[in-house]
Design a protein. Sequence first.
Length: 654
Amino acid sequence: MKVIYTGAQTEMGKIGKAIQSVPIEKTFLKLEMERLVKYFTVAGVIICVLILVIYGITRGHWLEAVLAGITFAMAIIPEEFPVIFTIFMALGAWRLSKQQILVRQIPAVETLGEITVLCVDKTGTITENRMVVKELVVPGDKLTINFKETPFLPEAFHTLVEYSILASQRNPFDPMEKAFHQLGECYLAQTEHIHRGWQLIREYPLSKELLAMSLVWRSEARDIYTIAAKGAPEAIMDLCHMTSDEMARVTQQVSGMAACGLRIIAVAKAIFKPVSLPPIQHDFDFEFVGLIGLQDPVRPTAKEAIQKCYQAGIRIIMITGDYPATAQSIAKEVGLTHAEAVISGETLRRMNDTELQAKIKATNLFARMIPEQKLRLVNALKANGEIVAMTGDGVNDAPALKAANVGLAMGEKGSDVAREAAGIVLLKDDLSSIVGGIERGRGIFDNIRKAVAYILAIHIPIAGLSLIPVLLGWPLILLPVHIALLQLVIDPACSIVFEAEPSETNIMSRPPRPPKSPLLSKSIGLSSILQGISIFITIFLIYSVSQNRGLNIATARALAFTTFFTANLALIISNRSFSHSFFQNLVRPNQALKWVALGTLVLVIMILFLPYFSTTLEIRLLSPLMLVITLLLGIICVLWLDLFKFVLPKKSGS
């Protein structure tokens, strides 16, 4: 054995270098979260210091000033954002796993819902990757195979089947080679055309330069080598050194078979005396044997899945190694748009990147492609501003899977290298599972947006009630312990409740979210701000009126605190959906909400009715009338803004 290359110079090493050269990009949501946290934190620290200074100078109580500053810091610093991002992504990955989708890289959960272009392999994703021989063609004759209706195989086709088996592995795993063996076992099992005792001498593998492979066999009795070759018709015609007329005749036959959606494999044979074998296949004197047409059935779910993608504004690009005519036939069967335009791998090779970026805008079908060309497709689509998902299973697919915004590796037949490079592994190699993942990804982003809108709304009254008493010289409404108790409801609400929220009914009938659109649209942001201001004004007025009526500070604080808890619960319900009313949200199923609501009720009862808690929190028990008032005002201050959803334009996409 002679070692030619090692390490990074080997083919595997080159793939590894290509994967390492692909930069890891931060997702938009992560960047948006970082931006929001930075703004909130900077604003919180600045205002916190101002409150501390103003309170200390105007009142002279620096310990209380520090307490007021801490209260405001607790009120405005958004510690919930990291909680949201972590829990939503982790639970989202768990929910996707229940749909046979394994998430290897958490950011892929977010990006899955943003994709604008889905690039899929035909074989195994759109089709079942279950080959069946449907047609045999030899010079001067043709036979359509139907195992139920074809009782025997005419003699003219025996050699074609024989050499198709000899050109395959003895114990095949490839569906195409399995189909050849199935055909031989069905019709030639008891004939001299099946050679179970022959010895395999050498294999000439498929290469980028020659899409054909040859196996060299030694027979039991004859001191001679038999070579069987199979591969792409143009490669086999090249090996057989056909004349232009012969090539034209075979090409015409291939076109007719491809138009029927068949995958065409050509077979050739050669004889060689047992001397030193040549280094390349071209050195054998091959004789053309015939053509085999195989059918790979389309998955029953493929057409519906593609239509769902189109309804969701997602473009589908189909990639295959088959003939353009075969690809077009399958594309038309599953309803792929613009199936008449197709780019072959050879045409792609001659294009520069600029030409490819222009052509790919109107081309959804790529045939006769090799895996390495997928990377160019990904880069061209990304250069056009698309969010790209790419499927793949082979070792050579790894760079494209890594470069795509979402790499989708096939779990059933994918290589380890492809799985390592991809962000998501499909445990079920089916296009419908990808569509289900996209729907879940969109739902996760929607729910994150709802949670952020809720956090923005709830922090406004907390910040206002912490700041205004300091500026007006009043006793503090909310103490740090009150903020901590509110967080016992806010944290599970913004994480568990909104994460468990079912997807909107129109989630797969709207276009993908623009890649650089803000987390909160103007309409949702304005709605959240108005909700927060409304809650703040309501609680502030309750506190002011109770002060003017001569109620002690403990009672006034109890009124404000109880109203706040009620309004917070109403705010959660209102923000469960941007397209449903408050009362519709009230009856929509969400098991987590029931537990949060029950926990809120128990917490309020404990605070109001247990002396230890009421003394510690400096509040007093309210009368039944006061409790009813706080309940009604807490709901009304949120409910009137419910009309806001149906008045402002829905630029949010929900």
